[in-house]
Design a protein around this ligand. Structure first.
Ligand SMILES: NC(=O)c1ccc[n+]([C@@H]2O[C@H](COP(=O)([O-])OP(=O)(O)OC[C@H]3O[C@@H](n4cnc5c(N)ncnc54)[C@H](O)[C@@H]3O)[C@@H](O)[C@H]2O)c1
Length: 248
């Protein structure tokens, strides 16, 4: 797949699957723009990808508009938007306080909405563009002990479908990947202590039919397919990349 001449924006591009997607897009010829709250991580990935970096919080709509407008002005267009920025909260409903609930909604839902809205305002003018959002298996099936996270990912799936319908006749496609358990910093985040390699393997044995975690690059392959013309007949799709987790 060649992305030569394409202008791509990747949120959450400093780490994990966003970073893997940024690297894959850059290797395939895209001009990649990284947006992340983590400056150090962004600088490391930018060294490998030659990306422009924009440091800020996707839950701030003004930051999203200013950043997207600036990229569009400098580079002429926004061809591809990948929304990978996100956080996890490993807490059941009774353990979730108002601040935690609001914060995960702001980042995982508001942030995706603001970025989509900003990018779409440019894509509609060109009558072309592709958006790929990061949902989750937990936006489809639920999990106990991560109530708010499940709700945010369900919202991302519905946002993806609603935007796909709204822009189907504008030459703009909107899809989402729904990864299973992936070997990124997030898999260790939000726990009392980070799981050991053996504990992660136990988790995989117990819950994943293929019995291993995904590597971020394996998810990035599917993201690139959805961002490419090879998926030209797909919009409004939520694509599980979960080694059979949701096939049960
Ligand atoms: N790791 C998994 O098992 C898994 C599974 C399914 C879905 N997901 C989703 O995939 C996406 C990528 O996850 P990952 O595992 O690569 O996580 P990660 O923690 O490795 O990367 C997330 C990135 O988002 C950035 N970020 C967080 N809050 C931000 C904010 N407010 N503004 C800007 N940037 C912000 C972080 O700095 C980080 O670089 C997330 O949306 C996550 O919910 C992860």
């Amino acid at each position: 797949m060649s992305f030569s001449g394409k202008v791509a924006v990747v949120t959450g591009g400093s780490s994990g699957m966003g970073a893997a997607t940024a690297e894959a897009l850059s290797s395939a010829g895209a001009q990649v723009n990284l947006i992340d709250i983590d400056k150090k991580g962004a600088e490391e990935i930018a060294k490998k990808t030659g990306s422009e970096i924009y440091i800020g919080d996707v839950s701030n709509s003004e930051f999203c508009d200013l950043t997207i407008n600036s990229i569009a002005e400098k580079q002429g267009q926004i061809d591809i938007l990948i929304n990978a920025a996100g956080i996890i909260l490993r807490a059941d409903a009774l353990e979730t306080n108002d601040d935690n609930w609001k914060r995960i909604m702001e980042v995982n839902v508001d942030g995706v909405f603001y970025m989509c809205r900003s990018a779409l305002s440019h894509m509609v003018t060109k009558k072309s563009g592709v958006i790929v959002n990061f949902g989750s298996i937990w936006g489809d099936v639920a999990s106990s002990g991560a109530t708010a996270y499940c709700v945010t990912k369900g919202a991302v799936h519905q946002l993806t479908k609603a935007l796909a319908l709204e822009h189907a006749e504008n030459g703009i496609r909107v899809n989402a990947v729904a990864p299973g358990e992936v070997n990124t910093p997030m898999i260790k985040a939000g726990r009392d202590k980070p799981p050991t390699r053996d504990e992660l393997q136990d988790l995989a044995n117990a819950t994943i039919p293929i019995k291993r975690l995904a590597e971020p690059e394996e998810i990035a392959e599917v993201v690139l397919f959805l961002a490419s013309e090879k998926s030209s007949y797909m919009t409004g799709s939520i694509v599980p990349v979960d080694a059979g987790y949701t096939a049960r």
